[in-house]
Design a protein around this ligand. Structure first.
Ligand SMILES: Cc1cc2nc3c(=O)[nH]c(=O)nc-3n(C[C@H](O)[C@H](O)[C@H](O)COP(=O)(O)OP(=O)(O)OC[C@H]3O[C@@H](n4cnc5c(N)ncnc54)[C@H](O)[C@@H]3O)c2cc1C
Length: 428
């Protein structure tokens, strides 16, 4: 057997390299670029947004549960929301499980809005590129190796923000983490949309009625006897969160491949059930599946602080707060239902900057769903509102470290919080 080796090609060095383009890192990139830094974004797909455009269509976490919606995310994330409303591509929507008001949007518009905000701020985007390795000097991260159809590239950076969802960079650097191989792990979901729905009639079907129908109707293989379907800004279109593929380690590609196949197959079955059994869907059709199966958790790094279930439920406050969250613990475990646990009414906890700082490695910040948190805390803090708020903090910290010639670990928390307040972030 012959191996044909490729030459490693150098790309121009960047100040800040962001890996991925989900809610967290997209916000990080826009923030750092607006603060005057040279930012390069590397994404394996051909569009931005991660789960926000691949899988789902509702930002939660901006508002906390309660009768009067209280907004706990602000700053750069608001630019995204404002653009969506300007384009008439979003609606406010109460959450049926009491997780706080959501903002439901058209993901196709969001793809373009992420790009407009990023390129408009000066972010350089490299799509269709997978980060596969890293360049280290002792415990200092210096850059990454990425692969794409054009070749194999080395891209050096002063600071790397890993918001790959799976903490790919942190794991390659040897940062300790807890992974989906260590149970429990949240289930995976293929979302799908129904078109040509009589939305008025379909919306009148109460959640409890839908769940009863699922539980009592035979002839359909529905592993989850609950789940939700909601209105969207588009006429005749409803979007679901119903399928459930359990006990999968999404870091094992063979298991993930099997989950993709199972998720799509379940989506067809749930769609058949809706059309046959539920009022308003008589003339409807399956209008699209998520780009890939939705992965709720894979790796969670061990950082300088580990957000815990106790931190969440006791509404804990921190001196190095960079964001706020009031979302309940929402755990999609194996089985027919979902576990919900709420903070005391009207309360919030703070997310400390240390949850974004990996132990052992310098020049690396982690943001989004791969932050340092235990399984239950993660089930609360992973909403996109908080991912965007963490991304804003990561971008501001990276930019501050460059301006002040410090490292992410030595950035003064007062400087960072002052910068975040200037951007409009909510810190308490
Ligand atoms: C089924 C499901 C339903 C959910 N429902 C909601 C909801 O209704 N509302 C809500 O607010 N939250 C919801 N969540 C949670 C929320 O969507 C996620 O926690 C959040 O979007 C994670 O954002 P992120 O930026 O951390 O990561 P991701 O959105 O996962 O982004 C990671 C990005 O990195 C890219 N990437 C990964 N590895 C590499 C690599 N090696 N090289 C280059 N690129 C790479 C990926 O392609 C992706 O674009 C849901 C999650 C799931 C799975």
């Amino acid at each position: 057997m012959t191996l044909y080796s490729r030459k490693l090609i150098d790309l121009p060095k960047t100040q800040i390299l962001v890996v991925g383009s989900g809610s967290a890192v997209a916000t990080a990139a826009i923030t750092a670029a607006k603060l005057g830094c040279m930012v390069t974004l590397v994404e394996r797909y051909g569009f931005m947004g991660g789960i926000s455009t691949q899988v789902i269509d509702t930002f939660y976490g901006f508002f906390i549960p309660g009768d009067k919606p209280r907004k706990v995310v602000g700053g750069i994330p608001d630019l995204v929301i404002d653009r969506l409303f300007e384009q008439k591509a979003a609606i406010y929507r109460p959450n049926t499980y009491g997780a706080g008001q959501g903002i439901t949007y058209d993901p196709e518009y969001l793809k373009v809005i992420w790009e407009q905000l990023a390129t408009g701020s000066g972010v350089k985007i490299l799509y269709h590129s997978l980060v596969i390795d890293i360049v280290m000097d002792k415990n200092e991260l210096r850059g990454v190796i990425l692969a794409n159809k054009s070749g194999l590239y080395q891209l050096m950076a002063d600071v790397v923000i890993d918001a790959s969802g799976d903490a790919d960079v942190a794991a390659l650097c040897g940062v300790p983490f807890e992974s989906a191989a260590d149970q429990p792990v949240q289930s995976l979901t293929t979302t799908f949309k129904m078109i040509n729905v009589d939305v008025e009639r379909a919306s009148k079907v109460k959640k409890s009625e839908l769940h009863q129908l699922m539980a009592n109707t035979s002839g359909y293989a529905l592993p989850r006897k609950e789940g939700s379907v909601h209105i969207t800004p588009l006429p005749g279109v409803m979007v679901t969160n119903m399928t459930r593929v359990t006990n999968i380690n999404p870091l094992d590609v063979a298991q993930l491949s099997a989950a993709e196949i199972e998720g799509r197959s379940q989506a067809l079955e749930y769609s058949r059930f809706l059309i046959d059994q539920v009022a308003g869907y008589e003339q409807a059709a399956l209008g699209g599946l998520s780009t890939q199966i939705g992965v709720r958790e894979s790796r969670r790094i061990f950082g300088e602080h580990r957000l815990t279930r106790q931190d969440v439920l006791s509404a804990r406050k921190f001196e190095d707060a960079i964001a706020v969250c009031g979302a309940p613990i929402e755990e999609h475990h194996a089985g027919k239902d979902t576990r919900w646990e709420y903070l005391p009414a009207g309360e919030t906890y703070q997310i400390p900057y240390r949850c974004l700082l990996p132990k052992t490695v310098e020049h690396l910040i982690v943001a989004g769903r791969c932050l340092s948190a235990d399984h239950d805390a993660h089930a609360s803090v992973r909403s996109m509102g908080q991912c965007m708020a963490m991304g804003q903090a990561a971008g501001a910290a990276a930019a501050t470290s460059i301006v002040k010639k410090q490292t992410p670990h030595t950035v003064g928390i007062n400087d960072l919080q002052a910068q975040l307040k200037k951007l409009g972030a909510v810190l308490e």
